[in-house]
Design a binder for this molecule. Structure first.
Ligand SMILES: O=C(CO)COP(=O)(O)O
Length: 121
């Protein structure tokens, strides 16, 4: 199973600590992580294996949206910063919309992501 992980800058530390907390569940369920570029770097530095796309503003959200459409990504954890403005907001909205179009579970905060992971156990 493939889970896409994306975090805006203000949420990257939260994403890393979320993944570290759940690394055993991620391993046990054979989950492959894919991430936007900078989120992926943070996660790699924490010692986890992750496939990296381009950075979000350079099209990383769009690359992940394409994987959702193609049926390659099964779940998306997108920790958005509700306080921030982002130049690539249209890409972000496209990804969220396509998750709904294709009925792909989407968590925009750690509490929801935890519930989705619990469901896999
Ligand atoms: O901007 C993002 C999502 O919209 C995240 O991209 P990065 O992981 O490259 O910072």
């Amino acid at each position: 199973m493939e889970i896409a992980i994306i975090a805006h800058d203000g949420k990257k530390p939260e994403m890393v600590s979320f993944l570290m907390k759940h690394r055993v569940a991620l391993n046990n369920n054979n989950i492959n992580l894919i991430a936007t570029g900078t989120t992926g770097k943070f996660v790699e530095q924490a010692g986890l294996k992750v496939m990296k796309c381009l950075s979000g503003p350079l099209g990383g959200d769009a690359q992940i949206a394409a994987r959702v459409v193609e049926g390659k990504t099964n779940m998306v954890f997108f920790f958005r910063d509700p306080m921030g403005k982002h130049p690539h907001e249209p890409d972000v909205n496209m990804l969220l919309r396509l998750c709904d179009v294709h009925n792909i579970p989407l968590a925009t905060n750690p509490a929801t992501a935890e519930m989705l992971l619990d469901h896999l156990k």
